[in-house]
Design a protein around this ligand. Sequence first.
Ligand code: MSP
Length: 522
Amino acid sequence: MHNSISLKHLYYCIPISLRDGGVNISMSVFYITTPIYYPNARPHIGHAYTTVFADTLARYHRMIGDDTFFLTGTDEHGLKLQRAAEKKGVDPKTFVDEMVVYYKEYWKLLNISYDWFIRTTDDYHVHTVEKMISELHRKGLLYKDRYSGWYCASCEKYYSETEYEVVDDKPHCPIHKKPLEWLEEETYYFKLSEYRDFMLDVLEKTEIVYPKSYAVEVANRLKKEGLRDVSIARPKERVSWGVELPFDREYTVYVWFDALLNYISAIGYPDDLQRFNHYWPAAHHVIGKDILWFHTVIWFSVLKALDIPLPKKVLVHAFLVNRGIKMGKSAGNVISIEYMVDRYGVDGTRYILMRLMNMAKDVDVTQELFDNVYNTELADVYGNLIRRVGVLVKRKLKGRLEPTSVEQGIAEAIENALDSYSKEMERFDVSRALGTAIELLRKGNAYVNETKPWQQSDPSKSLYTLAELIRAATVMLHPVIPSTTSRTAESFGFPITTPKELRLGENGYTVKESPILFKKTG
Ligand code: MSP
């Protein structure tokens, strides 16, 4: 899975005219990214929330045949990492080399199908950062001046008076609730203020930011506060752990500028424009709302300054909240990935996170809520139907179902569910897409109760109808719970097709086993 980049690289070595045998195959491209995470600590379920969401969209797009590229990685430079390493008494590179292993392990555990893992300490990325910052310099978009302000090293961000919170007369970070540090230094500025009107146009007239409410929020802030130039360098004596400014070695590049460029360096910018041009128009950035400003105002302005088109979408989600506060290491309210996987399994964890996925509203998580989603949907509805139908097919029909017609009401329900499922997935509403699958499976359970196949002398039609319903729902659940759905497909003997290709009444079944897919908790 993680080696697929090499295949894709090879593909780009083939002249366009020869690719796909010279035939012009029209295939959609889908490029999806997660934020690159700070590897100062292990990831928790807040990070998994974003990553599983991106993984689900990537898996869905692969399933429907799109040429998909899924990028994740780690954001390894800057003050936060420099300090974390100092605290451990090791040099920053040794520290991040150790920490990045955890990220890869957790993503492997959660079955994250990324195509490439970028580290901002990778040479090719550093090379892109150097080139891009030099380009801005060459264009006259940088200047040197003094900067002073309140800084949060956990966010790697300055906070203005309107943004920070005052506790005991001291400015505090609104996210980490920790006191801010006062910094005063010579720095390089990027002329961000020149992009105010451009940004307002993008936010108000395009659909790039999704949901739109986030675009409105940023636009309002721009109107109210205007847009000031942003410092994009740090004196090396204070932040040594970063990419040096090629035109002034006394400075390192501000970590956010460095980090945002990962989205283009990973797909070959600026050295492999063919590869870049293939993926970039289809770029979808998944982010949490905490980094909205960086991914709109700063990122879009930098792209504009570099004459690079904007990404297709920025998909913004709200927070997982625990005991009223955003889940995070500094808040001390983290729920670990291990805990979730121990209790609900890998697919159970993935399902719970995706079923609770909410772009607009924070979700206050509790074990009760998790148990409820897991038990009432995965165990009682999906698991239960597979088990019941599997047992009945084996007992009543020796495990074999020949293709026959599907009960009309159920056939319609399947078609409708598939249709709404695809629509929900296309509009990135994974939770509702899952809801359509569960609704369909509930109809299946009700149909078993109504038709009582165990009492029929020939229950072929009822059971075939149910197998077709199971097949459709399994395809729908596949991007979220891929191991479980593969097991169902294997047990019932059917291939996972795309939702659009799924034709009813043609597939026969040989049921090998009737697995218990989910054990109830509590
Ligand atoms: N390194 C930057 C991102 C640079 S992208 C060019 C960063 N990293 S982070 O490690 O702090 O991770 C941030 C992301 O993790 C958030 O944007 C969000 O997607 C996810 N989450 C972390 N905690 C979360 C919650 N409690 N709830 C939901 N998402 C959470 O910022």
